[in-house]
Each structure stands twice: as C-alpha cells, then as structure tokens.
Design a protein around this ligand. Structure first.
Ligand code: DGL
Length: 274
C-alpha cells in the first residue's frame, strides 16, 4: 500500500530530547500530525553499544510502520549516528536523521566547530566525518562526550547548580580551542541552551540540528507529494513512551506549555522487518 499524505509523521527519541524537534515541526509545519515516541524505559541510549541501539531502533521503526506513518524523523542523534544507514533500506517510508542536516548547518555558521554529544555519537565520529565532508575539510572539529547531561535533563535538573558545574567542565576544552560554533549533537542539549549562554563567549553561535532536519523533512514531503493536503488545519500529536507516561507528561509540560496525554506502548511487541 502506498503512503498517505494524511498520515502522521513519526518522531522518536530516547526521551524528552526529541521535543526540541517536535517544537520545530510545530513552528515550520503546524498542519502535520505527529506520532511521538520516547523510549524512556531504555534511556539513556548514549552509553549503549551499536548492536543494542540497532535492535531498539528497529523495534521502534517496526512500531512506526504499524502506525502507518508517512515518514520518520529520527530525532535521536545517537540513533541517527549508529542505526540510520543500517536500517533505512528495510522500510518503505522515508527516514530522516539529524547528522547531515546538523553538520551542514554548523558548516554554514562557522569554521571552528565544537560538537557536544553522547559518548556513542562521539565514538561513531558521525558528526566529525559529516562536518569534514560538508566543509571540504575547511572546518576544524572538536568533540566532547557529555554522559551526564541526559540523566540531568530527564530528572528536570536544568537549573541545578551542579548542572552548571558539569556544563562548565564539558565546555572548557572547546572554549580553549576558541570554537566559533557549538553544535548540539544530542536532542536533549538545546534544553540547556540558556545555561550554555552563561558559560560560552558571546560570539559562539549555537546550532540546533532540529531546525535543519525539519526544513529537510518539509522539502522531502513536498517532493514526494506527501505534504498534508489541508495546510490550514492544526495537526494533532499523539505522545507514546515505553516508560512511565505520568513522568514524561510532567517533564514534557515544561516545554510544551500544556500537560500532554501520554500512552504507554511496547514497540518490542511488534516485529515486521525480516
Ligand atoms: N537524545 C538522544 C540523542 O540525541 C539520546 C540521548 C540518550 O538517550 O543518551 O542522542
């Protein structure tokens, strides 16, 4: 069966990080409906091995297929870095990751680029390679793995003094390298943008791949004839998590300005790919 322009776009992350991408979708294409999945039961992804991440992402994509989405935006950088290329051929809907759009946006912004990401994303060198390729080798790149950020953000400890101490430590080597651009290589980190603004020199530009991946999704939907046919309507969002729905709803309400209704789902119960 072909893809239906009236279907929803699937967006997934390990937790609340993907809300930064969701908000960009609300801004750039508010008429589209979304199925959001946060794999909160298995978070954080950033300390896991590639085989584990591929298994989880495959289960999520199978579940997204069972929901008949017309496209998936892999908001999670760790999944985009370690599982996207491996799994993309198995699905009939387009799947967009954040690495290439993020790298291109950073290259557009500066020449001395700092990347902060999960340990798994840093180890994959996905951003390093994509930035070097996109800049023709003209941009210099420094990466810092930030394993403490995701648990702190998921615990809602954004304004905790300890979080500022941790952020100062992570950013110190990048400041020493005189970066002109900081790329958020994890969807959770834009939630800390106000904190980074207090630590970084004012001339450092912050790049959030959410903006460019959403632009890419908008263009691809249009190219494929899959943009929602009624652009004057307001799309709906369905929130699903693998962990505690109440906990996610409470945390998400900080960024969504409303308490969402959240369902618990178990993607591993669905198996479509062979
Ligand atoms: N927010 C995800 C990312 O963009 C994963 C964070 C995690 O679960 O460690 O990489």
């Amino acid at each position: 069966m072909g893809l239906d322009a009236k279907s929803a776009i699937g967006v997934f992350d390990s937790g609340v990080g993907g809300l930064t991408v969701l908000k960009e979708i609300y801004r750039q294409m508010p008429w589209e409906s979304i199925v959001y999945f946060g794999d909160t039961d298995r978070l954080p992804y950033g300390n896991r091995s590639q085989p584990e991440i591929i298994t989880f992402v495959r289960e999520i994509l199978d579940w997204m297929a069972s929901q008949q989405v017309k496209m998936v935006v892999m908001a999670c950088n760790t999944s985009s870095a370690l599982a996207l290329e491996v799994l993309r051929p198995y699905y009939s809907f387009p799947i967009l990751g954040v690495i290439l759009p993020g790298a291109r946006a950073a290259v557009h912004q500066g020449k001395r680029i700092g990347v902060i990401a999960t340990p798994a994303t840093v180890k994959s060198n996905a951003y390093l390679n994509a930035i070097r390729e996109s800049s023709g080798g003209a941009a210099q790149v420094w990466q810092v793995a930030c394993p403490e950020f995701v648990p702190l953000i998921e615990q809602g400890r954004i304004f905790d003094p300890y979080t500022k101490e941790v952020a100062t430590d992570y950013l110190r080597p990048l400041i020493a390298h005189k970066i002109d651009t900081l790329l958020f290589g994890c969807t959770h980190y834009p939630h800390l943008a106000p904190l980074f603004g207090q630590i970084l020199p004012t001339e450092v530009q912050l790049v959030d791949p959410a903006v460019s991946v959403t632009r890419a999704a908008l263009q691809e939907l249009s190219l494929l004839g899959l943009s929602h046919p009624y652009p004057y309507r307001q799309g709906q969002t369905r929130f699903c998590v693998s962990g505690c729905p109440e906990q996610f709803a409470q945390l998400a309400s900080r960024w969504l300005a409303q308490i969402p209704i959240v369902e618990k789902v178990v993607p591993s119960a669905v198996r479509l790919t062979s």
